[in-house]
Design a protein around this ligand. Structure first.
Ligand code: NAP
Length: 559
């Protein structure tokens, strides 16, 4: 029965639905967390998802050329031997539709869909200390209550659309790559302007250029890129990956970035110039993120890094025929790999096409958007039919802050993180009991092959909740002291690398005006992080305060 709006019943707030745990987000993280809590621990769980389908990043990012930069055989769940054996990837780097098919397959295979509520965006969550429950409200006004709240909202899901004057007046159409229309965009015969040259823009430009009448790429910060050398996987490789799944898993668990290759033990200074050049050439020909693994000190020693940076700049000059365009593309202001290094298929070659041009908006910034296109400071109006914002995300903290989370004593997460994110292990926040943040700031997350980081977090959270149930605890929260110590350690690890030297990086929050400049991910490496998490759990959840709903607070009392 549908109630008329004037009916007294209709005005009453919706009845709250109660669960042991609520999960927000149905990407890689949320799906596995649902499976673990429901099927392994037997909890009642509801997963809330804003989209109409599963996939998270891979549901939203449907822009032309969208593809993962982790190799497909490593960009998958490794928790289920059967799943590993039955799924076959088709290419070296999986394309967005294939990853989405994979995640739908996982959802159905483990019968997860029945506990997911789609089309449900969480707009607020607050913790009630008296009942030790999280109260969650959705955009449609639905209410949920649970003891545990687990965010699985991804690190790169809050679109960053720059506040450029005049966007409302634009007579053409515009899109952000992270909110791409499902029906696709027809660029045929169109004059297209694309803002942004991060991983996304570098993937999209070559594909857009193939059908657009004209593509103008607006570049603010020039970027390195390495050829992906993508292609179909051979049957031999597929057989090898299946037969060696256990070994691949073990390599991914032992390397800093969670990828299925080992970082070479030699320094860039250990070899002659000729040898170094040959090593870089071989890595360039092989393609992909493995280029970073050519020497062990590329991310810690500026002089070592310079050798890679110069090799990559020289490649740009060789590939791009117009010297002025090549100079603008190679005018890179940060050490190699201190921003997430993109991998591409024909990116620099795209600038040799007659229908593609490059605008240096560092030298000549975008002033405004007009009804007809984009105007730059020199007064030129670039006439456009379509503007593509490949301008990235309010990374890591954005998706959490947009959820309007309030913890104990009404403390808002925004207030708690006013000077930047503060977590313990990237998993929990002081003042926010029973809230777990999968791949939260302060964890390796975006510096790691994501499924590896995700599986580790989900399994840690599951073991933690199992521990609480076994020992009669209902509440867990890190101590302020543990958070202070972890934040200091995260800073130390970042400062031991060249990563903070990229001043315009989203790792530092520099892409969003007003965002605190704090290096957010944990740069100490996945293997070291995994060991720290395991040790803390073995020591009875050292640094966490655990307590029962009735009874005194105990500080990591049980081992
Ligand atoms: P991004 O790396 O943040 O790049 C955004 C680009 O937009 C930058 O070039 C940035 O310039 C530019 N930009 C932002 N605001 C601007 C403005 N107002 N005016 C002019 N330029 C502006 O975002 P992304 O390319 O979407 O990538 C984000 C992350 O997603 C990647 O680093 C990666 O982790 C992930 N990703 C992965 C893949 C993959 O697996 N292959 C693909 C896509 C994305 P500045 O640098 O000057 O700020």
């Amino acid at each position: 029965m549908r109630l008329d709006k004037s009916h007294p019943m209709a005005a009453r707030p919706a009845e709250a639905r109660s669960f042991d745990a609520l999960i927000v987000g149905a990407g890689f993280s949320g799906l596995y967390q649902l499976l673990c809590l429901r099927d392994r621990l037997g909890l009642s769980v509801r997963l809330l998802e804003a989209a109409d389908g599963v996939g998270g990043t891979w549901y939203w990012n449907r822009y032309p050329g969208a593809r993962c930069d982790s190799e497909s055989h490593s960009y998958a769940y490794y928790f289920s031997e059967e799943l590993l054996q039955e799924w076959t990837w088709s290419e070296r780097y999986p394309e967005q539709p294939e990853i989405l098919r994979y995640l739908n397959h996982v959802t159905d295979r483990f019968d997860l869909r029945r506990d997911i509520r789609f089309g449900t965006r969480v707009t607020a969550a607050h913790y009630d200390a008296v009942t030790n429950r999280w109260h969650v409200t959705t955009e449609a006004g639905e209410r949920y209550v649970a003891k545990f709240l687990i965010t699985a909202v991804g690190c790169l899901s809050a679109a960053n659309i720059p506040d450029i004057a005049g966007l409302d007046s634009f007579a053409g159409t515009w899109y952000h790559t992270g909110q791409w229309p499902h029906e696709g965009v027809d660029f045929t015969g169109k004059r297209v302007g694309m803002i942004g040259t991060g991983s996304t823009g570098i993937q999209a430009a070559p594909v857009i250029a193939q059908s657009a009448a004209q593509l103008t790429v607006f570049q603010r910060t020039a970027n390195y890129s390495i050829p992906a050398r993508n292609g179909p996987l051979s049957d031999d490789f597929k057989r090898w990956a299946r037969a060696n799944a256990a070994e691949i898993r073990s390599v991914m668990h032992s390397t800093p970035n969670g990828h299925p290759f080992v970082i070479c033990d030699r320094s860039a200074h250990d070899v002659t110039d000729e040898e170094r050049q040959a090593i870089y050439e071989a890595a360039w020909e092989k393609g992909g993120l493995q280029f970073r693994a050519a020497f062990r000190d590329l991310l810690t020693d500026k002089a070592a890094n310079d050798t890679a940076a110069e090799f990559l700049r020289q490649k740009i000059r060789e590939v791009v025929k117009d010297p002025a365009t090549a100079a603008t593309l190679a005018n890179i202001d940060h050490p190699f790999a201190t921003k997430r290094p993109p991998i591409d298929t024909g990116y620099f070659e795209t600038f040799n096409r007659d229908n593609v041009s490059l605008m240096d908006v560092l030298a000549n910034p975008i002033e405004c958007i007009t009804p007809d296109g984009i105007r730059t400071r020199d007064g030129t109006e670039h006439k456009l039919d379509i503007v593509v914002f490949a301008t990235g995300f309010d990374a890591m903290t954005g998706p959490l802050l947009r959820m309007n989370i309030h913890g104990r004593d009404g403390l808002s997460l925004r207030e708690a993180w006013r000077a930047g994110p503060r977590t313990y292990l990237g998993l929990q926040i002081a003042g926010f009991p029973n809230l777990f943040t999968i791949t939260g700031p302060g964890s390796p997350s975006v510096l790691c092959n994501m499924p590896v980081a995700i599986e580790q977090h989900v399994e840690w959270i599951t073991a933690c909740i199992a521990h609480m149930r076994r020992h009669g605890f209902d509440r867990i929260e890190p101590t302020e002291q543990a958070v202070d110590g972890w934040v200091e350690h995260v800073n130390e690890m970042a400062n031991a690398t060249l990563l903070p030297q990229a001043k315009h990086s989203w790792y530092l929050g520099a892409n969003v005006p007003g965002k605190p400049r704090v290096f957010m991910p944990y740069a100490g490496g996945m293997a070291r992080y995994r060991t720290a998490c395991a040790r803390i759990a073995e020591n009875g959840y050292e640094g966490f305060a655990l307590s029962a709903e009735t009874g005194a607070l105990q500080r990591s009392a049980v081992s």
